[in-house]
Design a protein around this ligand. Sequence first.
Ligand SMILES: NC(=O)c1ccc[n+]([C@@H]2O[C@H](COP(=O)([O-])OP(=O)(O)OC[C@H]3O[C@@H](n4cnc5c(N)ncnc54)[C@H](OP(=O)(O)O)[C@@H]3O)[C@@H](O)[C@H]2O)c1
Length: 205
Amino acid sequence: MNIGIIGAGNIGATLAKLFVEVGHSVAIANSRGPETLQALVNELGNGAQAMTAAEAAAFGEVIIEAIPYKFYRTLPAAELAGKILVTAGNYYPGRDGQIELGDKAESELIADMLPDTRVVKGFNTIWFKHLQTQGDTSKPPADRRVIFIAGDDPAAKQTVADLIAEIGFAPYDTGSLHHSKIQQPDTAIYNKDITLAEARAQLGE
Ligand SMILES: NC(=O)c1ccc[n+]([C@@H]2O[C@H](COP(=O)([O-])OP(=O)(O)OC[C@H]3O[C@@H](n4cnc5c(N)ncnc54)[C@H](OP(=O)(O)O)[C@@H]3O)[C@@H](O)[C@H]2O)c1
């Protein structure tokens, strides 16, 4: 699959490596331009190329955004139309400044801005070093590290769940985008090193 990744830092670069390793074609972007990503794509090898954010969005069937939340309005709306966008970003007021969420989940503000895009929240609850090291396809799903997803489009969520399983983690669907509040910073399941079985027990399944 062609995967676009917007954000080439801790999370974006880690996901690029993991997806290249399982055979996907990745286009990765940052804010400074593709020429600043040559060392990274050289390291990632043949499955990776550097692009602008708009080009990466046009390239991907699935696009993952992993940028500071305060920049979400810069996401390329036209190129993301009709695509699946996974939002891995988290809102930290100390880093991102004051953003008025009202009653909305962080992901809903992004979905409001991208009405033609199938938005899924995912990869936001796992520290990048755990993402680098904890995937293990030899384990049964219940024993794998869990990665939470949420969204309003079941087929889009299934596509993202399949990608999560491919890199050795276990997806857990927390529900709607609105309900993705339960996987935002400072919640009981945020940044917790737990398996799918433990997540099920904790969330009362
Ligand atoms: N660190 C973690 O373990 C972790 C885990 C889960 C979720 N998250 C969330 O994921 C997001 C990224 O975190 P991170 O730790 O990966 O951050 P990071 O290492 O600081 O990397 C941020 C990346 O985003 C790029 N970027 C910034 N603004 C952009 C824009 N407008 N368009 C395109 N690219 C842009 C930066 O490119 P330039 O350098 O060129 O500006 C950089 O490559 C944050 O919202 C964070 O809360 C982080």
